[in-house]
Design a protein around this ligand. Sequence first.
Ligand SMILES: NC(=O)c1ccc[n+]([C@@H]2O[C@H](COP(=O)([O-])OP(=O)(O)OC[C@H]3O[C@@H](n4cnc5c(N)ncnc54)[C@H](O)[C@@H]3O)[C@@H](O)[C@H]2O)c1
Length: 319
Amino acid sequence: MIKILIIGGGAMGSAFAIPCIENKNKVTITEPYSKTFIKNLSSKKKFHSALKINLPKKLIFKKYSNQLLKENFDLIVIALSLSGIDFIGKELKNLKVKTPILILTKGLKYEKKINKLFTISELFKKKYNRVNISALKGPCLAKELVRKKQTSVIVANKNINIAKWIGKKISTKYYLIEYSKDIIGVEICSAIKNIYSMIIGAGQNLNASSSLFQKSLNEMKYLIKYFKGKETTIESLAGVGDLYVSAAGGRNSKMGSYLGKGYKFNIAKKKFMKKDTVEGEQLVREIAPYIIKKIDKKKIPLMNSLFSAILKNKKLKIS
Ligand SMILES: NC(=O)c1ccc[n+]([C@@H]2O[C@H](COP(=O)([O-])OP(=O)(O)OC[C@H]3O[C@@H](n4cnc5c(N)ncnc54)[C@H](O)[C@@H]3O)[C@@H](O)[C@H]2O)c1
């Protein structure tokens, strides 16, 4: 039994609590941002409005305060969306928290001042001086995990023993854990699949989408190598695994389908997906300033077409 603190009571943070509790760990969840999730988690029945399910009574909810981070936890899990990463990085740095960290958040961060693109684990190490960072990624719909549907994910850390220690504490019969030393490759894959699932979704029939799937894999391979991850990580749960689930359904591929039908991005967003967060769009806005400057367009033509569609609001042109 270990003491786990989950930061982020959204769909993924709350669903992740289920296998952790089943493994007899003492699990505390906190929510620093959303009033809705605070209300859900602090209510008697713990009904989660995004997951449409009552969470276990054993899940302890504590109001967020930075002092909570200093309590005696064995593992801190970060399940915030990308926009919350700098906030929590600063908090952990200022309080000099030394607890091992596991990151569920998918995405990359652009540091404008030094013109560098970081994975979240790199950002935590280099900007927030935290050590002992692991990443958990892979194809996982929170709505399925919370209902104990079989799910496989990958835990990555250069020190594989730490990844295995985490895996042992969280795996169950329905939550299966694989391991990787290639934390950079795993993080790159799980971030850029949000962009490529939009591109695959733009295919207007299965034949077209399959061809876009194959071309997307080639671009993803190129990008993994560029950022010094291992090319073979594309074959893992964080690569093709996560790309499949995102392309088969989800908000990125839905947006892609509108772009493929010829809608301009701003119109599609307003008309069909006004209230939805499209993670691929957020990632495009975050990484485009770096990618456009640094990477040869010809190496990643699909990604560049999507940049034009989102940033310049032009019709998506892919072949
Ligand atoms: N690792 C995995 O297996 C896996 C699986 C699915 C999703 N995810 C990732 O987990 C993350 C959360 O996804 P989700 O489905 O729970 O989303 P969600 O929208 O349900 O929850 C988002 C969480 O981030 C917080 N947040 C949002 N904006 C914030 C801000 N500006 N400052 C601080 N906190 C903020 C919200 O309050 C909430 O706790 C995403 O990055 C997603 O890609 C990971």
